[in-house]
Design a protein around this ligand. Structure first.
Ligand SMILES: O=C(O)CCC(=O)C(=O)O
Ligand SMILES: [Fe+2]
Length: 214
């Protein structure tokens, strides 16, 4: 699989001017009415779960609901926990095909996250697990209330102190590829007083152990 044959470009895509990164943003990837319908459908169809996180030897609840969906065998290891995928629903399967066509990449899984209100969040991390390969291509679809996605460089102290904020709009698609995960971390901070919900789908390609090189 090549991630670079038919990358998103042209009308509707904005490339972020970040060194050592390949991040592109399509603000109105879905029409408003489509985005509204997807939000309602996914909110009800996805079997939302509360994942647990191992933090300094303790187990804590993740501050959001999640669900790992994918092809059989596309297991995901996160915080020392292995998640077997839930099967694709026909609706999510059609969405996957549309995202693949738009990104020129294949995805065999998706991590769905539900931020129920401004209290839900995701801490700083890179999506750099070995099973994602050295230059993961990730497509991130946002639905629901706008939340601020932040990026910061891993290495430079000054850059670490000053993250770049990117509000992710309802119906937007963010394409993240190249060396982005090696050089940057991202998060989704809490937003005090916010009552609306947001769904985020990050489409990924998990390389199975059979495909992984030693
Ligand atoms: O909710 C978001 O926009 C970020 C999600 C994310 O970083 C992830 O699922 O790894
Ligand atoms: Fe992430």
């Amino acid at each position: 699989m090549s991630a670079t044959t038919n990358e998103p470009g042209g009308d509707g895509w904005l490339a972020l001017p970040l060194p050592d990164a390949d991040i592109r943003y399509a603000q109105a990837w879905l029409r408003k009415d489509e985005a509204d319908a997807w939000f309602e459908r996914l909110l009800h169809d996805i079997p939302w779960e509360r994942h647990r996180l191992k933090l300094f030897g303790r187990e804590v609840d993740c501050p959001r609901l999640s669900c790992w969906i994918g092809d059989p065998g596309a297991a995901y290891v996160y915080s020392q926990t292995r998640f077997e995928p839930h099967p694709w629903t026909p609706a999510l399967q059609s969405l996957r095909e549309r995202v693949q066509a738009s990104c020129g990449a294949s995805f065999n899984s998706v991590l769905a996250n539900l931020y129920r209100n401004g209290e839900d969040s995701m801490g700083w991390h890179s999506d750099d697990e070995p099973e994602l390969g050295p230059q993961p291509v990730i497509a991130s679809l946002s639905l629901g209330v706008e939340r601020r996605f932040r990026l910061r460089r891993k290495s430079l102290r000054e850059a670490k102190a000053k993250p770049l904020g990117l509000p992710l709009a309802h119906g937007s698609l963010l394409y993240v590829a190249g060396d982005t995960q090696s050089h940057y971390q991202h998060d989704l901070p809490k937003l005090a007083g916010l009552s609306g919900a947001r769904i985020n789908l990050t489409f990924r390609f998990i390389h199975g152990s059979a495909q992984r090189r030693p």
